[in-house]
Design a protein around this ligand. Structure first.
Ligand SMILES: [Zn+2]
Length: 99
């Protein structure tokens, strides 16, 4: 078991778990009911945490959670439209990206 993520935002922790599970990485959320103990326990120990079950998934899990989106710089089509790096085709004139 390895901790891959923690946040005071429980929804964010669950979202991270969904991202991993969608890729076939088994993960569990810990401490999700501990926040009521805030004040009695050190805050860092009350934070919901995401743990992966198989240590071998650690590298993939961190890549999924922390890698920036796979998008290059914006490009400009011959028609003058400016497009995000994730697009390979102009939505305006349907020309394909050349560079
Ligand atoms: Zn275009």
């Amino acid at each position: 078991m390895k901790r891959v993520y923690s946040s005071y935002n429980l929804a964010a922790v669950h979202h991270a778990r969904n991202v991993l599970e969608a890729e076939g990485i088994r993960a569990v959320v810990k401490n999700q009911y501990l926040s009521s103990g805030m004040g009695d326990l050190p805050p860092a120990e009350c934070q919901p945490e995401l743990w992966i079950l198989n240590d071998a998934d650690l590298w993939r899990a961190e890549k999924l959670l922390y890698a920036p989106p796979q998008a290059g710089p914006e490009w400009r089509c011959a028609c003058g439209e400016s497009l995000g790096g994730q697009f390979t085709q102009c939505w305006r004139c349907e020309a394909y990206r050349t560079a």
